[in-house]
Design a protein around this ligand. Structure first.
Ligand SMILES: [Fe+2]
Length: 136
């Protein structure tokens, strides 16, 4: 699987959010790289997955604070999306990563979710911020 390449379409223009998105992509790329190695290190995947779970929690909290500060009208829907993602990763983690198939499925899911979420879902609240200058 190809690593995710940072693309300017992912850019929100909010420095802290762009930084955190890059970090999330980097962690997912670490997982992809580990998975590409011939002798799959399940323990390592598990370790990096924990890092992803922690960092995701930290990042979603930051985004949700911003969205509530600007009184974003789709906050609840956006939060639901975050919640479902966390649930999915935790499910994967339980089934973990004991088989190659599950790891592949996990990586496809992560890659699709993060790129779509940043490019489409996060852009919506960024557009909203345009109308609330001085918030972040
Ligand atoms: Fe988000």
């Amino acid at each position: 699987m190809e690593a995710i390449e940072w693309n300017d379409v992912y850019k929100t223009g909010i420095e802290v959010i762009d930084y955190q998105h890059k970090r999330l992509i980097q962690i997912i790329n670490d997982l992809i790289e580990i998975h590409e190695k011939e002798d799959l290190r399940v323990d390592l995947i598990d370790f990096v997955l924990d890092e992803l779970i922690l960092y995701t929690k930290y990042h979603f909290e930051k985004e949700e604070i911003i969205m509530s500060e600007i009184k974003y009208d789709q906050l609840d829907t956006h939060k639901d999306g975050h919640g479902k993602f966390v649930e999915m990763i935790n499910n994967f983690k339980e089934r973990t990563v004991s088989s190659d198939d599950i790891t592949s499925e996990l990586l496809h899911y992560l890659k699709n979710w993060i790129t779509f979420h940043i490019e489409v879902e996060d852009k919506k609240y960024v557009d909203y911020i345009m109308y609330s200058p001085g918030i972040v």
